[in-house]
Each structure stands twice: as structure tokens, then as C-alpha cells.
Design a protein around this ligand. Structure first.
Ligand code: F6R
Ligand code: ZN
Length: 187
């Protein structure tokens, strides 16, 4: 009997680009990130169509038990003294976790629990990040090349951006030529 072998989609580990048909692509521009960066004047000075990050996703079945697979490509750069970062979110379904794997570039994964306690994990090629449920997450590119990560998360997780309208409790900035994490009041 001739059993057909399915060719699955692929991901290039060196840059995080998928090889598959019908990849979903979304670019987030500076103008989309209202209120995200603390230096409003520096943010306004940046053209609103400046691309900050791009997400690629494979098509997935929807529903309980199904998984999304995606890569995020976060450009290097700063708004004022603050490094480029993703908007960041809790999952709508708080109990749902996620895995991030570093592919290229260097940066930080900012994690924050529902009590507002934040921590940072170093992201680099091959780093594995287990994001527990009820933990908000944001990528920050502290390097000089694109930061790309691979992520796997339940399709039912959803995104809750509103819960972080006040922002995260930590900001990562370049001060005195050093990468520094600063605690934010009312973060
Ligand atoms: C999915 C996930 C990532 C992010 C992506 C962009 O749950 O965590 O795919 O969605 O890194 O970040 P946000 O969604 O915060 O703009
Ligand atoms: Zn997520």
C-alpha cells in the first residue's frame, strides 16, 4: 500500500520566515501604538507609517485544543530612549499559556502577572520561554538586528490588550549607553 507523505509547512530557523501557502501577515506601525511609548514627543516625531513589528502566522483550525503557530519580527530601534517593543497583552482566556522560542537577534521578554509584578527573560537564539497562564507578555528588541521569535499558543487564548491600558510596570531604556530596566509608577 502506498501511504502518501504530507509535506508540512516549514520555518527557516535563521530568520523565522514560514514556507507555506496562505500565510497570515500583519504589520504594526508606529502610529498603531498609541500611548505605548513613554516619550510622546519622540513618538509623534516618528512617521506614523514606520513599521515596528511584523507577525506571520500559519493557518490553523479554530476551537478548543487547536494551536496557532506564528513568528514575530521586531525591528531594532528606539522611540526616544525606549527600545522598540510589541504592544503586549494578557490572553483573553487568562488560564491559557504560550511558548516563545528565540530565533535571531537579542532582546527581552517582559512578563507580568495580574498583581502587576514584572520580570524579564533574556531572549536570544534558541532561548525557550514558557509563558504561564495569567501572565502578560511583551517583546523588547535591545539589539541592533531584527529580533525574531517563534510562538505557539492555543487558538482559544485570544488577546486582551485593554487590561494593560495603564502599561507595564517596567520600561526598558538606553541610558548612559546602558540597557536599563526602570520601574514605572502606576504601571
Ligand atoms: C500571541 C502572541 C504573539 C503576539 C505578537 C505581537 O498570543 O503572543 O504572536 O501576538 O508577538 O504582539 P502583540 O499581540 O502584543 O501586538
Ligand atoms: Zn500571547
Amino acid at each position: 500500500m502506498n501511504i502518501p507523505v504530507i509535506m508540512p509547512p516549514g520555518v527557516a530557523f535563521q530568520n523565522g520566515h514560514f514556507t507555506a501557502e496562505n500565510i497570515i501577515n500583519k504589520t504594526t506601525h508606529s502610529g498603531d501604538l498609541v500611548g505605548v511609548f513613554h516619550d510622546e514627543a519622540a513618538w509623534l516625531a516618528l512617521p506614523a507609517n514606520t513599521p515596528i513589528y511584523q507577525v506571520e502566522m500559519l493557518q490553523s483550525a479554530q476551537g478548543e485544543g487547536e494551536l496557532f503557530v506564528g513568528t514575530t519580527h521586531l525591528n531594532p530601534g528606539r522611540v526616544g530612549d525606549e527600545f522598540y517593543m510589541t504592544r503586549g497583552h494578557f490572553h483573553q482566556r487568562r488560564e491559557q499559556g504560550e511558548v516563545y522560542i528565540g530565533l535571531r537577534g537579542t532582546g527581552l521578554l517582559l512578563l507580568q502577572d495580574e498583581q502587576g509584578k514584572a520580570r524579564l527573560e533574556q531572549v536570544s537564539t534558541g532561548s525557550v520561554h514558557i509563558i504561564p497562564g495569567a501572565t502578560a507578555h511583551r517583546l523588547i528588541n535591545t539589539g541592533s538586528e531584527v529580533l525574531s521569535t517563534l510562538a505557539v499558543w492555543p487558538t482559544i487564548a485570544g488577546h486582551d490588550y485593554a487590561a494593560l491600558a495603564q502599561g507595564f510596570a517596567l520600561r526598558v531604556v538606553l541610558q548612559d549607553d546602558k540597557i536599563q530596566a526602570k520601574e514605572v509608577q502606576n504601571g
